[in-house]
Design a binder for this molecule. Structure first.
Ligand SMILES: [Zn+2]
Length: 270
Protein backbone atom coordinates (compact mmCIF):
# COMPACT_ATOMS: atom_id res chain seq x y z
CA UNK A 1 0.00 0.00 0.00
CA UNK A 2 1.24 3.45 -0.87
CA UNK A 3 2.25 5.91 1.77
CA UNK A 4 -0.53 8.50 1.70
CA UNK A 5 1.87 11.31 2.51
CA UNK A 6 3.87 10.68 -0.65
CA UNK A 7 1.11 10.23 -3.14
CA UNK A 8 -1.47 12.70 -4.18
CA UNK A 9 -4.49 10.44 -3.73
CA UNK A 10 -6.61 12.40 -6.12
CA UNK A 11 -7.52 14.91 -3.47
CA UNK A 12 -6.75 18.13 -5.37
CA UNK A 13 -10.28 19.27 -4.75
CA UNK A 14 -9.69 18.99 -0.97
CA UNK A 15 -6.48 20.98 -1.08
CA UNK A 16 -7.61 23.85 1.13
CA UNK A 17 -5.08 26.17 2.65
CA UNK A 18 -5.56 24.58 6.07
CA UNK A 19 -4.98 21.01 4.89
CA UNK A 20 -1.85 19.21 6.04
CA UNK A 21 -0.71 15.69 5.26
CA UNK A 22 -0.42 13.35 8.23
CA UNK A 23 1.73 10.24 8.12
CA UNK A 24 -0.07 8.59 11.03
CA UNK A 25 -3.50 8.95 12.51
CA UNK A 26 -4.33 9.06 15.36
CA UNK A 27 -1.14 10.70 16.55
CA UNK A 28 0.31 8.72 19.43
CA UNK A 29 1.04 10.41 22.72
CA UNK A 30 4.64 11.58 22.74
CA UNK A 31 6.12 12.00 26.20
CA UNK A 32 8.18 15.09 25.67
CA UNK A 33 6.61 16.84 22.71
CA UNK A 34 3.70 18.88 23.97
CA UNK A 35 2.42 19.92 20.57
CA UNK A 36 -0.70 17.76 20.80
CA UNK A 37 -1.25 18.38 24.48
CA UNK A 38 -3.95 20.26 26.19
CA UNK A 39 -3.63 21.17 29.81
CA UNK A 40 -6.41 19.06 31.26
CA UNK A 41 -5.99 20.25 34.80
CA UNK A 42 -3.69 22.25 37.02
CA UNK A 43 -3.29 21.10 40.61
CA UNK A 44 -1.90 24.00 42.60
CA UNK A 45 -0.69 23.67 46.18
CA UNK A 46 0.72 26.24 48.53
CA UNK A 47 2.19 26.27 52.02
CA UNK A 48 1.96 30.03 52.26
CA UNK A 49 5.54 30.46 51.05
CA UNK A 50 5.99 28.14 48.12
CA UNK A 51 3.62 27.33 45.32
CA UNK A 52 3.72 24.08 43.37
CA UNK A 53 1.76 23.41 40.21
CA UNK A 54 1.17 20.03 38.61
CA UNK A 55 -0.10 20.42 35.05
CA UNK A 56 -1.78 17.34 33.69
CA UNK A 57 -1.41 17.14 29.93
CA UNK A 58 -3.28 15.08 27.42
CA UNK A 59 -6.37 15.09 25.30
CA UNK A 60 -9.94 14.15 26.07
CA UNK A 61 -9.79 10.65 27.54
CA UNK A 62 -5.98 10.42 27.33
CA UNK A 63 -3.45 11.52 29.91
CA UNK A 64 0.06 11.86 28.44
CA UNK A 65 2.19 13.30 31.20
CA UNK A 66 2.30 15.74 34.06
CA UNK A 67 4.65 18.68 34.46
CA UNK A 68 5.49 19.78 37.96
CA UNK A 69 6.50 23.39 38.43
CA UNK A 70 7.97 24.08 41.82
CA UNK A 71 8.06 27.82 42.07
CA UNK A 72 9.97 28.51 45.20
CA UNK A 73 9.17 31.66 47.05
CA UNK A 74 11.46 34.63 46.70
CA UNK A 75 12.56 34.05 50.28
CA UNK A 76 14.06 30.71 49.35
CA UNK A 77 17.64 31.46 48.39
CA UNK A 78 18.56 27.79 48.00
CA UNK A 79 16.36 27.16 45.00
CA UNK A 80 15.28 30.38 43.39
CA UNK A 81 13.22 30.51 40.25
CA UNK A 82 11.51 27.53 38.67
CA UNK A 83 12.10 23.81 38.87
CA UNK A 84 10.42 21.50 36.41
CA UNK A 85 9.82 17.79 36.54
CA UNK A 86 8.04 15.57 34.06
CA UNK A 87 6.04 12.42 34.84
CA UNK A 88 5.32 10.20 31.88
CA UNK A 89 1.94 8.46 31.77
CA UNK A 90 2.04 7.36 28.13
CA UNK A 91 1.79 3.63 28.65
CA UNK A 92 0.16 3.78 32.07
CA UNK A 93 -3.41 2.91 32.90
CA UNK A 94 -5.89 5.51 34.07
CA UNK A 95 -5.89 3.70 37.42
CA UNK A 96 -2.13 4.26 37.67
CA UNK A 97 -2.60 7.97 37.02
CA UNK A 98 -5.27 8.12 39.68
CA UNK A 99 -2.99 6.42 42.20
CA UNK A 100 -0.15 8.73 41.28
CA UNK A 101 -2.28 11.84 41.74
CA UNK A 102 -3.70 10.59 45.04
CA UNK A 103 -0.20 9.93 46.33
CA UNK A 104 1.01 13.26 45.03
CA UNK A 105 -1.79 15.14 46.83
CA UNK A 106 -1.30 13.06 49.96
CA UNK A 107 2.41 13.84 49.97
CA UNK A 108 1.70 17.55 49.56
CA UNK A 109 -0.75 17.60 52.45
CA UNK A 110 1.71 15.65 54.62
CA UNK A 111 4.33 18.33 54.01
CA UNK A 112 2.09 21.19 55.02
CA UNK A 113 0.65 22.20 51.67
CA UNK A 114 -3.01 22.86 50.98
CA UNK A 115 -4.64 22.46 47.61
CA UNK A 116 -5.77 25.67 45.99
CA UNK A 117 -9.34 25.80 44.80
CA UNK A 118 -9.33 24.86 41.13
CA UNK A 119 -10.64 27.79 39.05
CA UNK A 120 -12.20 25.20 36.74
CA UNK A 121 -13.85 23.18 39.50
CA UNK A 122 -17.27 24.46 38.48
CA UNK A 123 -16.56 23.29 34.93
CA UNK A 124 -15.58 19.78 36.06
CA UNK A 125 -18.47 19.57 38.49
CA UNK A 126 -20.86 20.44 35.70
CA UNK A 127 -19.31 17.84 33.41
CA UNK A 128 -19.41 15.14 36.05
CA UNK A 129 -23.02 15.43 37.09
CA UNK A 130 -24.36 11.95 37.58
CA UNK A 131 -21.04 10.33 38.41
CA UNK A 132 -21.18 8.38 41.62
CA UNK A 133 -17.99 8.89 43.55
CA UNK A 134 -16.91 6.41 46.22
CA UNK A 135 -16.86 9.11 48.89
CA UNK A 136 -20.61 9.44 48.67
CA UNK A 137 -21.08 5.94 49.88
CA UNK A 138 -18.65 5.52 52.70
CA UNK A 139 -20.98 6.56 55.45
CA UNK A 140 -24.53 5.93 54.39
CA UNK A 141 -26.09 2.55 54.83
CA UNK A 142 -28.85 3.66 52.57
CA UNK A 143 -26.68 5.04 49.83
CA UNK A 144 -25.32 1.81 48.39
CA UNK A 145 -24.56 2.25 44.72
CA UNK A 146 -26.35 -0.16 42.49
CA UNK A 147 -25.12 -1.09 39.10
CA UNK A 148 -28.62 -0.95 37.71
CA UNK A 149 -28.76 2.82 37.76
CA UNK A 150 -25.29 4.02 38.45
CA UNK A 151 -25.14 7.46 36.98
CA UNK A 152 -28.06 9.19 38.56
CA UNK A 153 -28.81 10.59 41.95
CA UNK A 154 -31.66 9.15 43.86
CA UNK A 155 -35.06 10.58 43.38
CA UNK A 156 -36.82 8.99 46.32
CA UNK A 157 -39.36 11.35 47.72
CA UNK A 158 -41.41 10.97 50.85
CA UNK A 159 -44.53 9.10 49.91
CA UNK A 160 -43.03 7.70 46.76
CA UNK A 161 -43.89 4.05 47.04
CA UNK A 162 -42.61 3.16 43.61
CA UNK A 163 -39.21 1.94 44.73
CA UNK A 164 -36.67 -0.02 42.80
CA UNK A 165 -35.93 -3.48 44.06
CA UNK A 166 -32.28 -2.72 44.73
CA UNK A 167 -33.07 0.44 46.68
CA UNK A 168 -35.57 -0.49 49.32
CA UNK A 169 -36.75 2.64 51.04
CA UNK A 170 -35.74 2.53 54.68
CA UNK A 171 -38.61 2.19 57.08
CA UNK A 172 -39.64 5.25 59.05
CA UNK A 173 -38.17 3.92 62.27
CA UNK A 174 -34.83 3.18 60.61
CA UNK A 175 -34.83 6.69 59.13
CA UNK A 176 -35.56 8.19 62.53
CA UNK A 177 -32.76 6.23 64.11
CA UNK A 178 -30.39 7.27 61.37
CA UNK A 179 -31.36 10.92 61.83
CA UNK A 180 -30.72 10.59 65.55
CA UNK A 181 -27.32 9.05 64.93
CA UNK A 182 -26.13 11.66 62.43
CA UNK A 183 -23.23 13.56 63.91
CA UNK A 184 -22.00 17.03 63.06
CA UNK A 185 -19.06 15.35 61.35
CA UNK A 186 -21.42 13.53 59.01
CA UNK A 187 -23.04 16.78 57.99
CA UNK A 188 -19.99 19.02 57.77
CA UNK A 189 -18.84 17.20 54.68
CA UNK A 190 -21.76 18.72 52.82
CA UNK A 191 -21.40 22.32 54.03
CA UNK A 192 -19.93 23.36 50.67
CA UNK A 193 -23.13 22.38 48.88
CA UNK A 194 -26.43 24.25 48.75
CA UNK A 195 -28.63 22.89 51.52
CA UNK A 196 -31.07 21.29 49.06
CA UNK A 197 -28.24 19.34 47.46
CA UNK A 198 -26.77 18.38 50.82
CA UNK A 199 -30.16 17.12 51.98
CA UNK A 200 -30.48 15.05 48.82
CA UNK A 201 -26.99 13.60 49.27
CA UNK A 202 -27.80 12.70 52.86
CA UNK A 203 -31.15 11.33 51.81
CA UNK A 204 -32.96 13.69 54.16
CA UNK A 205 -35.50 16.43 53.72
CA UNK A 206 -34.28 20.02 54.06
CA UNK A 207 -36.47 20.46 57.15
CA UNK A 208 -34.94 17.46 58.87
CA UNK A 209 -31.44 18.60 57.94
CA UNK A 210 -32.13 22.08 59.36
CA UNK A 211 -33.40 20.49 62.54
CA UNK A 212 -30.24 18.40 62.89
CA UNK A 213 -28.11 21.51 62.28
CA UNK A 214 -29.89 23.41 65.02
CA UNK A 215 -29.22 20.50 67.32
CA UNK A 216 -25.49 21.09 66.79
CA UNK A 217 -25.71 24.88 66.98
CA UNK A 218 -25.33 25.47 63.25
CA UNK A 219 -27.87 28.22 62.73
CA UNK A 220 -26.91 29.17 59.21
CA UNK A 221 -26.04 26.69 56.47
CA UNK A 222 -22.43 27.61 55.57
CA UNK A 223 -22.58 27.07 51.81
CA UNK A 224 -22.71 30.78 50.93
CA UNK A 225 -19.85 31.67 53.21
CA UNK A 226 -17.69 28.88 51.78
CA UNK A 227 -18.67 29.90 48.27
CA UNK A 228 -17.58 33.48 48.82
CA UNK A 229 -14.26 32.31 50.28
CA UNK A 230 -13.75 30.03 47.30
CA UNK A 231 -14.37 32.94 44.96
CA UNK A 232 -11.70 34.94 46.75
CA UNK A 233 -9.31 32.01 46.41
CA UNK A 234 -9.91 31.89 42.67
CA UNK A 235 -9.17 35.63 42.44
CA UNK A 236 -5.95 35.27 44.40
CA UNK A 237 -4.91 32.16 42.47
CA UNK A 238 -4.50 34.35 39.40
CA UNK A 239 -1.92 36.36 41.29
CA UNK A 240 0.21 33.29 42.00
CA UNK A 241 1.61 33.77 38.50
CA UNK A 242 2.47 37.40 39.06
CA UNK A 243 5.96 38.54 38.18
CA UNK A 244 6.10 40.47 41.41
CA UNK A 245 7.45 38.08 44.07
CA UNK A 246 5.86 40.10 46.86
CA UNK A 247 2.47 39.83 45.25
CA UNK A 248 2.98 36.07 44.76
CA UNK A 249 3.91 35.63 48.41
CA UNK A 250 0.95 37.68 49.52
CA UNK A 251 -1.41 35.66 47.32
CA UNK A 252 -0.01 32.37 48.63
CA UNK A 253 -0.46 33.48 52.23
CA UNK A 254 -4.01 34.72 51.70
CA UNK A 255 -4.97 31.55 49.84
CA UNK A 256 -3.57 29.42 52.64
CA UNK A 257 -5.52 31.41 55.19
CA UNK A 258 -8.75 31.14 53.20
CA UNK A 259 -8.23 27.41 52.66
CA UNK A 260 -7.67 26.88 56.35
CA UNK A 261 -10.79 28.90 57.07
CA UNK A 262 -12.81 26.65 54.79
CA UNK A 263 -11.28 23.52 56.32
CA UNK A 264 -12.23 24.82 59.73
CA UNK A 265 -15.82 25.51 58.71
CA UNK A 266 -16.00 22.02 57.24
CA UNK A 267 -14.88 20.49 60.49
CA UNK A 268 -11.18 20.01 59.85
CA UNK A 269 -10.20 21.66 63.14
CA UNK A 270 -12.82 21.77 65.81
ZN1 LIG B 1 2.35 17.98 27.25
Amino acid sequence: MNNPTETNMGTESLNFENSMPLSVWPIGPVPFGCSCCQVLREIVHTNGINVTKLEIHGRLGIICHAILTDRSGSTNAVAPGHQYQMFDFCKKSIEYVKQFLSQYCFHRSQTGYVIVQDPLSGFYEALCVGFLWDENFKNGDFMQPSSSHAGGFRMDQPGNSNNRGKHPKPSLSIQRERTRNLTLKDIEKYFHLPIEEAARSLDLSVTVLKKICRRYGVLRWPHRKIQSMEKQIVLWTGKLNSNDPEERDRAAKIILKLQRGITKIRGGAR
